[in-house]
Design a protein around this ligand. Structure first.
Ligand SMILES: CC(C)(COP(=O)(O)OP(=O)(O)OC[C@H]1O[C@@H](n2cnc3c(N)ncnc32)[C@H](O)[C@@H]1OP(=O)(O)O)[C@@H](O)C(=O)NCCC(=O)NCCS
Length: 140
């Protein structure tokens, strides 16, 4: 029997925007990201300062898009693996590389409803004291 196709991992955000958007959609994360707002997606990609991607040949199969200071906190804004490639270890490897890129920093993130169990499985601790101000809400 043939093994799984080889997956190559790459750091950097110099990626084709359309390819990235197609991956968000193919992972289902696109349902919760502004994939139809190209200008916003472009900035999300360009301003992220720690991006790891996973490739099967020329096909983009996974992404971890983070913002980090490299010494204290890394916010993992998006983690997405193509549905056809999920549960083969790609998400975990993207997180491992994200962590290794900034070893002194804690990883923090907001889990999508379907991924809540996932993060505890790969070692994250649930923080009931985490707080978020949604983008459409002011400070009052
Ligand atoms: C969540 C996601 C990133 C996980 O990536 P993945 O490559 O499929 O997961 P991995 O192969 O790294 O899984 C690692 C382990 O977690 C388990 N796992 C994977 N997805 C899971 C889930 N949704 N719930 C619970 N466990 C899960 C795997 O079975 C595996 O267990 P094992 O080591 O015992 O075999 C991916 O499924 C995804 O892109 N989902 C849609 C988008 C999304 O919700 N992103 C998260 C935004 S916060």
């Amino acid at each position: 029997m043939e093994g799984l196709p080889e997956i190559r991992y790459q750091a950097g955000n110099e990626l084709d925007l359309q390819q990235v958007i197609e991956l968000y959609v193919a992972s289902t994360l696109g349902e919760r990201r502004p994939v139809n707002d190209l200008a916003r997606m472009k900035e999300m990609l360009e301003r992220a300062n720690l991006v790891w991607t996973a490739w099967e040949g020329e096909l983009l199969v996974g992404i971890a898009r983070s913002l980090t200071d490299f010494v204290y906190a890394t916010y993992v804004s998006d983690l997405a693996v193509r549905v056809s490639h999920q549960r083969t270890g790609i998400g975990k490897e993207l997180l491992r590389r994200t962590k290794t890129s900034a070893p002194q920093a804690s990883l923090v993130l907001l889990a999508a409803p379907a991924a809540a169990e996932y993060y505890s499985k790969v070692g994250f601790e649930h923080m009931p004291r985490a707080w978020m101000l949604p983008a459409n809400q002011p400070i009052r």
